[in-house]
Design a protein around this ligand. Structure first.
Ligand SMILES: [Zn+2]
Ligand SMILES: [Zn+2]
Ligand SMILES: [Zn+2]
Length: 318
């Protein structure tokens, strides 16, 4: 067994131990250890795929191209910095390894935040991180052709149990939101993020209510209550705002707008859904003058029956 694999297993086990402890300082330590362990496990998959190479030739973050004495191009690792999670994922691609399913964004976000981590529900947040990383840990062990149970021992049993518990909680929360008119446009509710604790366990108190404006929302992890506006905005932001900055920078379309009707930042124009998640206002129909389809981008704010261009042209005629 390699040193790296030993360290990976030890870090994951330590993280789970920290998680189970009732010491207040341990949640941060749990996240740090668990994150480090998962990352090391992924790195071990790369080493395992090229057993004859030097570890730094595989794991270095930066390389310098140089010519050797015979004029051949060689890539030499620069510095001691090894790849981070994003680079690990890229390198899985260039090593033709399949990246396992599973959402590591949760863990990564928590990892980035944890120096100032003051979640209202640290234990619940870490449980979610463990549940989210479960498929990744399982997938890495499959690539290594090792049994996670044999390697991790009781830490694996804890991960199994926490994942099952989290899945049940999440399913119960999602079930309360399923009667809402836009539920089907939420492709992946695991991205929900409570503004107080970043848990995805958002729910509404009345599971029979199908009217977004009447919602009373809550978070199962930290116990916070939210108004209808807050709940809808949280859901819209977590589902559609992810990557919005990058998408728009890359020339893509913005998806979230202030609603012309209720003024909440909950008007969505995405392939899968058009309309306000809060008041359900939808811009539809054609411009009365040029017959172009009206959208949030083209509808005139001065005259909702005209497009911007026609409103501009006709108001100039006046
Ligand atoms: Zn919360
Ligand atoms: Zn609205
Ligand atoms: Zn027009």
């Amino acid at each position: 067994m390699s040193d790296l694999l030993d360290n990976a297993i030890y870090s994951i086990q330590l993280g789970i131990e920290d998680y189970q402890s009732n010491d207040d300082r341990r949640p941060i330590s749990a996240l740090r250890n668990f994150y480090a362990g998962v990352l090391l496990l992924g790195k071990e998959c790369l080493l395992n795929a090229a057993p004859d190479a030097e570890p730094m030739e595989i794991l270095a973050s930066k390389f310098v191209p140089a010519l050797d004495g015979d004029g051949n191009l060689v890539m030499t690792p620069k510095g001691q910095t090894t790849i981070d999670l994003n680079e690990l994922r890229e390198r899985f691609g260039t090593f033709q390894l399949k990246w396992p399913d599973g959402n590591i964004k949760d863990l990564q976000r928590l990892r980035n935040e944890f120096e100032h981590f003051h979640s209202k529900a640290p234990k619940e947040t870490i449980r979610q991180a463990i549940a989210a990383c479960f498929p990744l840990v399982e997938g890495f062990f499959a690539i290594l052709q090792k049994s996670p149970k044999a390697a991790l021992g009781s830490a694996w049993d804890v991960m199994l149990a926490e994942r099952a518990f989290f899945k049940k909680q999440k399913a119960d929360c999602d079930a309360t939101l399923q009667v809402l008119p836009w539920w089907d446009s939420v492709e992946d509710s695991s991205v929900f993020s409570c503004t107080e604790c970043s848990s995805s366990l958002l729910f509404q108190t009345d599971a029979s209510n199908s009217e977004p404006t009447f919602m009373t929302g809550g978070c199962k992890a930290c116990g916070s209550d939210f108004t209808a506006e807050e709940t809808v905005e949280m859901i819209v932001t977590s589902v559609f705002a992810v990557d919005e900055f990058q998408r728009v920078k890359d020339g893509g379309e913005q998806t979230i707008y202030d609603c012309p009707e209720c003024a909440n930042p909950t008007y969505v124009e995405a392939g899968i859904y058009v309309g306000c998640y809060f008041c359900q206002y939808v811009i539809e129909g054609e411009c009365a003058r040029c017959s172009a389809d009206l959208t949030i981008n083209t509808q005139s704010v001065n005259n909702p029956s005209l497009c911007d261009y026609c409103d501009h042209v006709t108001s100039r005629d006046d």
